[in-house]
Ligand binder design. Structure first.
Ligand code: FEO
Length: 427
């Protein structure tokens, strides 16, 4: 069903939607969005979810919306509360799609105290510094275990850094079991029915969102889940997509599966290459042969000329070390290599061992450029890049062998792990 057709009357008429006693959704619908953060496809639009919690002693607003949707957000807010009642504004995450309406909300509710995570003030400063006049709200930075009382009910804070920004946190309303979880468990799906039990299945949207937003932070997702699971929340209220209230534990378990650490096994070295005249391919084969001599290291080689980046990403995520081989054409590595290297930002590669190699005609910059990218991803480069001019000689094939052995030994602490190749001797 098209998003516009699926809207409830409340969503269509810009009214707040109750999600629990004294708790309302006051977000905005963006059914027309087709690209998010420049890179994500959003064929089904998205929502910017914000919430309002009413207690005996006042009202808390949790997150806001993208600036262009402020009017819709304020209309929903005004349908259930007066600005003078707002005691607290909680921002679980300050990315502009959730903080865009903040300056105007601060202007309308100047008495409200702003609650953000301890990592958020620098981001807040960046957001507010150009606003004239600059808002200076009362500010409280919070950590896990801190809470905010609204009278008979409390909002408890739970820091979940790097899912997916440094500032990210969750806020838990224990009496109703509602977890306001920021981007966690979110997806880009605009459906005015708002609740998972009204919408039906949308796992592909959750998986796509996880793959592009959360996957590089799988480790931090596991840490967040360890904090969230014992709470046994009855409602997951993310900042994008449907509110999850039908057996919410299945979403937690799904995230556990998505973020699972790769199974233990032998150390793995995956070698990716592309070759114009077969020379870089020869290097890859010799590197694999050398690596194969290291004790217990599983080695695989992959020609990326016709391959699918997605499948290679799974291999890289599961590998302990990776090597990338490219010829140099016009002073650069070739496009399939860059496509793969740019995709590494979507998975967790920090700390993995890595190396670069390739045959070149006259300059050989590809290897340095690949190494620079690998360092930028905070990968470890235990072996200097290996460049060979045109067709590898017998001696140069031996150098490839040594390169592979040394890279593999760096995984198992073998004899090659302390050697350094003398590249000056290798053309
Ligand atoms: Fe939906 Fe990270 O902002």
């Amino acid at each position: 069903m098209a998003a516009a057709d699926a809207m409830t009357d409340a969503a269509r008429h810009r009214e707040a939607v109750a999600i629990a006693p004294g708790v309302h959704w006051i977000g905005a619908l963006d059914p027309a969005l087709r690209t998010f953060d420049i890179i994500l496809r959003t064929e089904q639009g998205t929502t910017y979810n914000a919430y309002l919690v009413r207690g005996r002693d006042g009202v808390a607003v949790i997150d806001t919306v993208k600036a262009e949707f402020a009017e819709e957000f304020f209309a929903r807010l005004e349908s259930v509360a007066d600005y003078g009642e707002i005691r607290a504004i909680v921002l679980n995450h300050l990315e502009p799609d959730h903080s865009g309406a903040l300056p105007e909300l601060l202007r309308r509710a100047p008495q409200a105290t702003l609650y953000i995570s301890a990592r958020a003030p620098a981001i807040l400063n960046g957001l507010l510094k150009s606003v004239v006049p600059r808002p200076k709200p009362p500010l409280v930075t919070v950590k896990t275990g801190d809470s905010l009382s609204l009278g008979e009910r409390k909002l408890r804070f739970l820091l979940t850094p790097f899912v997916h920004w440094p500032d990210t946190q969750c806020t838990y309303l224990a009496d109703e079991g509602v977890l306001f979880c920021g981007d966690l468990f979110g997806c880009h799906l605009c459906d005015g029915r708002l609740f998972d039990d009204r919408i039906g299945e949308f796992w592909p949207a959750i998986d796509y969102y996880y793959a592009h937003i959360m996957r590089p932070f799988a480790h931090q997702v596991r840490e967040a889940l360890a904090e969230i699971l014992p709470l046994e929340p009855r409602v997951l209220a993310p900042t994008h997509g449907p509110i999850l209230r039908e057996r919410p534990r299945r979403y937690l378990e799904h995230y556990q599966a998505l973020a699972r650490r790769p199974a233990n096994g032998p150390p793995r070295l995956a070698i990716f290459y592309i070759s114009a005249y077969g020379n870089t391919a020869q290097m890859a084969e010799a590197i694999a042969a050398g690596a194969g001599e290291a004790d217990g290291v599983q080695v695989s080689t992959h020609d990326i000329e016709t391959g699918e980046t997605a499948a290679f990403l799974d291999l890289i995520e599961g590998a302990d070390a990776v090597a990338f081989g490219s010829p140099t054409i016009n002073g650069d590595a070739v496009k399939p290599v860059w496509d793969l290297l740019s995709s590494l930002a979507t998975i967790d590669v920090k700390g993995k061992r890595a190396g670069a190699f390739g045959s070149y005609g006259w300059s050989g910059e590809a290897i340095w450029l690949i190494e620079e990218r690998l360092r930028g991803l905070k990968m470890q480069l235990p072996v200097p890049g290996l460049r060979i001019k045109l067709i590898p000689s017998t001696e140069e094939i031996a150098a490839c062998h040594a390169f592979g052995r040394q890279l593999a030994d760096s995984l198992v602490g073998g004899p090659g792990s302390a050697r350094t190749l003398d590249l000056a001797e290798i053309g």
